[in-house]
Design a protein around this ligand. Structure first.
Ligand SMILES: [Ca+2]
Length: 673
């Protein structure tokens, strides 16, 4: 029934050549840590999945140890990845979408920083997903190449398109080729796949070409727990949450469900294939018998169960992730095992450091799993763990809770009144009954509440909004004063951004035949390779439509399909006047009043909140100053653009105008004409 019989030969050889011993310098092993994005624990052949083909993951599990009670403490990319780097709970590291970057003391104790100090060559490839300022990055990584989706298919120098998973593999292989036997390495390979392309409702799961045809003939069974009554049993705030909203994007009709599940499976098989390529290269380079391989995921995933999509909430589908640890030096007697101990994303950095022999920082909340892998752990293991979700998002309710081996307690503490869940996994493994108000469970409820309070208080106390939140993720926030630094600009004062963004009104929908113009002065900070000006709603919720001006060019972005890039250098370190004129389907790009590029635009843009600045959580930010931002609802001609570079007013069609001379005591007053 399944077509596309594929084999991944590399690892077979890799895993058979383990008798020789040539561990790197001082006997310290190399480490390759693969992380997938939005893959629930069950989505692997070795975990019993009836359809998915994951031969490399399966082989690693056979030759290593698979943990079948592996959880994340916060089920979302940003916070979980920060926990994986730092060994800390979200409540302590305080990093998630929409917060300022990771604090330096946490970055400096992250596993790559410790390993680098210990003499390892540290590399990172793929989705970092955590805002880390440049100085700390340098202390963490000898080599870092961040790769982000949107779109998944990237144009190559020869004009062909290559899937991001393959590019991630190519880049990982490049890192390996530069490694030497004398210096141990730790390479973290963080895939973007199988995370959906959220802004593309038509084709949200683009898979690598190597997976074409796979699962074509498979009928995907309906998701478990998808009876409408199960969804209906949820409290209103979960029925209206993003878990439901995205279900309508992904899984709400049988046709969409079939198409999207197949595509999602191809993305998982696609990363499995790339893992095989990377491991084959490691073997070719002679690292096979000295390299510990770890595979995990950043959060679980609802694929239609309970009428939900995505992650975020407290159910098992959201919290459970894969974990496989393979050590080529392990004795055969301890391999091909499934460990049932409760393992956490927080344990990954302690585990990596333990393999390296480096000191595990005492501040880490997680523990090394090495003893469990080797079957030598003698200390008592955890019986429960704290879990939470603290991101500010209007459609993701915050919660905190405790999961032990029998009960799951979760309280959505910002509901009024606080909404509590209590599930008994022994009698109700599918968590269909909420026992929080059941008289027989009153003692359990009180005990779980107390345990939750203790854990919460030991990790940072009751949730408080971040004191210096970078941006408000509410799509309809009240206009808040933006605290901005002012500098001298080409016309009076200008405002300087550094990893901040500011909401400044709306830009109406831009139809293909309509005309518009943008004009502003910018001085990009030369020390910041990512510096750029983002105008649009990048990072503000899910839709991502924006114009981005960087030192390399302009991106006009609607979805991964509707994407236009003009490559033209924008000077850094000096004030430059930028104008982009949309004249129907034609785009003209002006620098300092001179037209430098032209492009044809063939898609619409919906109405945009005008957000000026970057998206630190996606590693995109502006570092530099902007002055005299004007948006016109018509196309400007060349002489009008020239007049703007002389700071002469061009009033006709001026739709929105921000001059920083309106800033009073750090408060920007939007002005529109
Ligand atoms: Ca994720």
């Amino acid at each position: 029934m399944i077509t596309g019989n594929r084999s991944y030969p590399g690892i077979m050889i890799l895993l058979c050549l383990l008798t020789l011993s040539s561990i790197s310098a001082e006997g310290r092993p190399n480490i390759i840590f693969f992380l997938s994005d939005d893959q629930n624990a069950g989505f692997m052949g070795c975990a019993g999945h009836p359809i998915l083909k994951t031969p490399i993951m399966d082989q690693l599990a056979r030759e290593g140890v698979r943990f079948d009670n592996m959880f994340v403490t916060t089920s979302i990319c940003a916070a979980s990845r920060a926990s994986i780097l730092t060994g800390l709970y979200e409540r302590t590291h305080r990093y998630t979408f929409g917060t300022p970057p990771l604090q330096p003391q946490f970055a400096m104790n992250s596993y790559p920083a410790v390993l680098k100090r210990a003499g390892y060559r540290t590399g990172f490839v793929g989705k970092l997903g955590v805002g880390i300022p440049e100085p700390e990055r340098k202390e963490m990584f000898d080599s870092i190449v961040t790769l982000n989706r949107s779109p998944y298919f990237k144009k190559q120098p020869d004009g062909s398109l290559r899937h991001l998973s393959e590019i991630t593999g190519d880049t990982a292989i490049e890192f390996l080729k530069n490694c030497k036997k004398e210096q141990p390495f730790c390479l973290s390979v963080s895939f973007n796949a199988p995370h959906a392309e959220d802004n593309d409702k038509e084709n949200p799961y683009p898979w690598p070409k190597a997976m074409d045809g796979l699962y074509d003939d498979v009928d995907i069974p309906a998701p478990r727990l998808s009876e409408p009554a199960i969804f209906e049993s949820q409290p209103e705030f979960l029925k209206k949450s993003l878990n439901r909203e995205r279900w309508f994007w992904r899984w709400d009709t049988p046709e969409k469900y079939q198409r999207n599940v197949r595509a999602y499976y191809r993305m998982i098989s696609g990363i499995d294939n790339v893992m095989g390529r990377v491991l084959k290269e490691a073997e070719k380079l002679g690292f096979a018998d000295s390299t510990v391989v770890i595979f995990s995921g950043d959060n679980g995933y609802y694929k239609g169960q309970r009428g939900f999509a995505g992650k975020w909430s407290h159910y098992e589908e959201s919290l459970r992730v894969p974990l496989i640890i393979y050590d080529p030096r392990s004795k055969q007697a301890v391999t091909n095992r499934v460990a049932s101990h409760t393992a956490l994303n927080l344990d990954i950095p302690a585990t990596i450091l333990s393999y390296s022999g480096a000191q595990i920082p005492q501040t880490y909340h997680g523990r090394s799993l090495q003893g469990l892998v080797e079957g030598t752990e003698t200390a008592e293991w955890r019986k429960d763990f704290f879990c939470e979700h603290l991101m500010n998002h209007p459609a993701i309710p915050k919660y905190e809770g405790i999961r032990d081996e029998r009960f799951v307690y979760a309280r959505y503490f910002q509901q009024q009144p606080v909404f509590e869940f209590l599930h008994d996994l022994k009698t109700d493994p599918d968590q269909l009954k909420n026992l929080a108000s059941s008289p027989e469970y009153i003692d359990v409820l009180w005990a779980m509440r107390k345990r939750c309070d203790e854990a919460r208080d030991s990790l940072g106390g009751e949730f408080k909004p971040h004191p210096s939140k970078a941006r408000n993720t509410n799509p309809n926030p009240p206009e808040k004063p933006a605290q901005l630094k002012t500098v001298t600009g080409p016309s009076g004062r200008a405002f300087e951004f550094n990893r901040a963004s500011m909401r400044a009104g709306q830009v109406p929908a831009l139809g293909t035949t309509e005309s518009f113009s943008w004009s502003f002065w910018v001085k990009l900070n030369p020390d910041s390779p990512r510096a750029g000006v983002i105008i649009g709603n990048r990072g503000n919720g899910d839709a991502m439509q924006f114009m981005k001006f960087t030192s390399h060019g302009v991106q006009f972005y609607n979805t991964s399909k509707n994407f236009l890039k003009i490559t033209k250098e924008l000077p850094v370190g000096r004030w430059t006047h930028v104008a982009l004129v949309k004249d129907g389907t034609s785009l003209r790009y002006y620098l300092d009043g001179k037209q430098t590029a032209q492009a044809t635009l063939s898609f619409d843009m919906p109405e945009l909140p005008l957000l000026i600045g970057g998206d630190p959580s996606a590693d995109e930010y502006i570092s530099g100053a902007i002055d005299e931002l004007r948006v016109y609802n018509r196309s400007l001609n060349e002489s009008e653009v020239a007049r703007l570079t002389e700071n002469e007013a061009v009033a006709e069609g001026l739709y929105l105008y921000h001059a920083v001379d309106n800033v009073q005591s750090g408060r920007l007053i939007p002005q529109s004409k």
